[in-house]
Ligand binder design. Sequence first.
Ligand code: FE
Length: 224
Amino acid sequence: MSQDDHRHDHDHDHDHHHGHGHEHPQSADDPAIRVEAIESLLVEAGLVTPDKIDALVDRYQHDIGPMNGARVVAKAWTDPAYRERLLDDATAAIAELGYGGAQGEKMVAVENSDEVHNLVVCTLCSCYPWPVLGLPPSWYKSHEYRSRAVREPRAVLAEFGTELSTDTEVKVWDSSAEIRYLVLPQRPEGTDGLSEDELAALVGRDSMIGVRMAGAGTADGVDS
Ligand code: FE
């Protein structure tokens, strides 16, 4: 089966209704509203403080956040055998670096090149690989991004400042409860002498979602 066939099947088979809520935004079933309600109740009951919740969110955004994914990418750039393993079985390769768990049980890595540019979306809600990227930015969860990423990916990319050659094929991957995607961005030009740590610093969250190039105005941990 070619990759194109796979994507086709995925779009149609991917069942967002199993074990994963996809309620209408703005309804009482909206997870964000429910979370807010639960937070209010917990604070009222004196079980937590808003500060503690903020600290937890901050931890996901900064510590467990996109730096994990950046380390995966930097290792793939510098270690060809690791790159192979990542593209072959991303879940296992990511686990080699100690990352995994909830919202990242089945990971797939897709590699950008001059020929192909990969872009990740969750058309139905906000499925996102938490163990490598932390919490999703608000734009990723927006109705606008979820619908436009599929319909007009090049226009969306251009708004992020990512202009692709017309020769470059754009592949859009629809995340689901079952599969989460990590984009392996292209290694920027002129980075041959850099260490793995220095390379990781060039890898922003947005480049691993596929809306930006690595090294191009990244937005690690910033909900932009
Ligand atoms: Fe989803």
